[in-house]
Design a protein around this ligand. Structure first.
Ligand SMILES: [Zn+2]
Length: 688
């Protein structure tokens, strides 16, 4: 990677994938926005000049289709959702420096300007292509107005995206067996002139770009397969009314994926217009040497790592420095289903009286950013009670209460060297989290520091020391400093609790504006007894919330069953929870190449320094094997010895965190449900 570590001298734009203006937000949607907000706050904390922007995606066929069903104009329909999103984000302390939408004047103008530049630079050409057409409705069928079969994987797909199969972007005319979504009749392909963006001319550029790109590894690696084959040019116009008019043909609008990412630029422009270019200059960022960081869901990696950088490069704009693509979020191990009301809605979460900090913490730290995260009220309660209340809240409260009672605030003593070093290490962890694009590491730097604080106060037991013992003042002085540092480092994840702690500390300045170095500033003098930062969630609340969810799902399912037309949607949803079966069949010989054996776990321990990895000693009959598996947080390691498992014995050896892994155990799903035998097959028995 060729980029200098953050903080750099260049202006930075952090963007979040635009929410599409056609439905309510549930907590799964919030993952990207919370992640973006944390990341941008963390960058600002490091002193990086940062603008955090996004906007609502207003165009495209789903809005047009839904508006038509509701009998309102697409603009009315999309604006209503836009306003709802704009109001919801701040309630979760997701504070964009600018939040616009793709239908506003700035974006329409910027989009036209960029398309004109692409034309001038020779990247746009006209071509006749087959476009789906519904003869009965006498209407062209762009994107979602047509459904059919994906030519790549054979799954059922929509006109522009294979959303249930391989996930590929589909060009007009590509979908097989097209059916009109308006009338349900087979569609016809008619030849029609459309505009194309010559992405294939930029193949070499894109290959170099991917070498430079930072962010999560899924965003760096997945696009390789797309650009290494034959790169297809991209049809950028559609036959419809709703969208940004294509300059030059009034019957066409630009494809929604042209004007949507351009909103990142437009939103930054609006921010500059509001605060002045001396505060933040959008042109420095987007046309010069800016650092552009895109935070998205992993379903739109292709758009952000192929089409978008191609467009930026061809039009003379700054290429992205990094793309962070988050995993999906499940609810109790299954997909969210908006049609079956199987979701925890954003508004509902707040109406239940939960503070935004709790969800922010859960979403940010429950797994790596690119991993899928499962939400359940039980796990939510566990993490709030153990980590926020038990670790962070407990440390802050007990140390400051003691300081207030015994010293009326910060004792008069110097910070000890050991504690200074520990805080410096936490700052380094925080900075490394930013440079590794790991929202979780950013959040954990503060929690681990609070954990240290708890151990420190426990070890020194200041309550046992005499009032005139200088160690007493020293220990409490150290603890107040650790509490100050926790407030500074935890602010990106839990801004509300950080502010609360800052006020309790009677500290100077605004905790949302201070730099990371404020963690080591001498804490303010006097303060009163603190109040609790977080409240425990009682177990009954979890039962109550689960019952509510179940009742609602049952109600929605009953509604569906009384409505014939919903039957299809229902089965689609169920199928969408599971990956489709791989299309390609393998021969029996391929299977026979695998040497799969019954094993018995003899010993299991965590791999030091790795959050997820466990080192297992496994008896596979012929010998004992050491196997490393990502199950540390998913299983109680102490209870594993004696468990029968299934092992691929002839897999190449691998080294993980410096530990050799000789074989692989088989497990099902995100929770790594271990495969075992039904009867009493001995270790070493071959599986066939
Ligand atoms: Zn497909």
């Amino acid at each position: 990677m060729s980029h200098e570590d953050f903080p750099t001298d260049e202006p930075t734009v952090v963007t979040c994938g635009l929410p599409y203006a056609n439905g309510d937000l549930h907590i799964g949607h919030l993952r990207t926005y919370v992640g973006g907000d944390i990341y941008s706050r963390a960058l600002k904390r490091l002193g990086q000049d940062t603008a955090f922007v996004s906007g609502s995606d207003m165009h495209g066929t789903p809005v047009a289709v839904n508006a038509e069903e509701e009998g309102v104009t697409p603009e009315e329909f999309a604006l209503r959702h836009h306003e709802q999103y704009e109001a919801t984000f701040p309630k979760f302390d997701v504070e964009f420096d600018n939040y616009g939408h793709t239908h506003d004047e700035t974006n329409v103008e910027t989009t036209r300007e960029i398309v004109r530049t692409l034309e001038e630079e020779g990247y746009v050409y006209e071509k006749e292509i087959p476009v789906a057409y519904d003869p009965e409705a006498d209407q062209w069928l762009p994107d979602r107005f047509v459904e059919g079969t994906c030519p790549y994987c054979g799954e059922h797909a929509r006109g522009d995206e294979c959303d249930e199969g391989c996930g590929r972007h589909l060009e007009p005319g590509e979908i097989e067996d097209p059916v009109s979504a308006i009338t349900g009749n087979p569609a016809e392909y008619h030849e029609r002139e459309h505009e194309f963006f010559a992405v294939s001319d930029l193949q070499e550029y894109l290959s170099g770009f991917l070498d430079r790109l930072e962010g999560t590894s899924n965003a760096q690696n997945q696009p390789r397969e797309w650009i290494e084959g034959e790169l297809q040019d991209w049809c950028i116009t559609r036959d419809m009314d709703w969208g940004v008019d294509y300059p030059g043909d009034e019957d066409l609008v630009l494809y929604v994926w042209v004007d949507a990412p351009i909103e990142y630029i437009s939103s930054t422009k609006q921010y500059t217009d509001r605060v002045g270019s001396d505060v933040f200059d959008w042109e420095d960022a987007w046309r010069d040497e800016g650092e552009i960081v895109h935070i998205i869901g992993r379903d739109i990696i292709q758009h952000h790592t192929v089409f978008w950088p191609a467009m930026l490069h061809a039009a003379g704009y700054t290429e992205p420095r990094a793309v962070m693509a988050s995993g999906f979020i499940t609810l109790e191990g299954k997909g969210f289903s908006t049609s079956r009301n199987r979701a925890v809605w954003a508004d509902e979460y707040l109406e239940e009286g939960f503070r935004p900090d709790l969800l922010r913490y859960y979403l940010a730290t429950n797994g790596g950013f690119q991993q899928d995260v499962d939400f359940s009220w039980a796990k939510f309660r566990e993490r709030v009670n153990n980590e926020l209340v038990g670790t962070v809240g407990n440390f802050a409260y007990r140390s400051m209460l003691f300081a207030a009672r015994e010293f009326g605030g910060t004792p008069d003593a110097d910070l000890s060297d050991d504690v200074r070093e520990r805080i410096e290490a936490a700052i380094d962890d925080f900075r490394a989290g930013v440079n590794d694009y790991s929202v979780r590491d950013i959040g954990e730097s503060a929690v681990r520091l609070a954990q240290f604080g708890n151990e420190y106060i426990q070890k020194h037991e200041p309550w046992k020391l005499d009032d005139d013992d200088p160690e007493k003042a020293q220990v409490i002085r150290d603890c107040v400093q650790v509490a100050t540092a926790v407030a500074v480092l935890f602010e990106p994840v839990t801004p509300e609790a950080a502010e609360h702690l800052w006020e309790d500390l009677n500290a100077d300045g605004d905790v949302h504006a201070v730099g990371v170095e404020a963690a080591l500033d001498a804490p303010g003098g006097e303060f009163d007894e603190p109040t609790e930062l977080f409240e425990k969630i009682p177990e009954e609340r979890v039962e109550e919330l689960n019952e509510k969810l179940e009742a609602r799902v049952a109600e929605a399912t009953a509604d569906d069953e009384s409505d014939d037309s919903a039957a299809d949607e229902d089965s689609d949803d169920a199928a969408a929870d599971l990956e489709p079966i791989a299309d390609e069949r393998i021969g029996f010989e391929d299977f026979q190449d695998l040497d799969i054996r019954v094993g018995e776990i003899l010993d299991a321990e965590g791999v030091e320094g790795a959050d997820k990895l466990a080192k297992l000693t496994v008896d596979i009959g012929v010998e004992e094997r050491q196997i490393v598996a990502g199950i540390k947080q998913l299983h109680d390691l102490d209870s594993l010895p004696g468990t029968k498992i299934v092992v691929v014995a002839n897999l190449e050896k691998a080294e993980l965190f410096g530990v050799e892994s000789n074989g692989m155990l088989l497990a099902a799903g995100e929770q790594a449900d271990l495969l075992t035998t039904h009867g009493d097959a001995e270790p070493g028995t071959k599986i066939r």
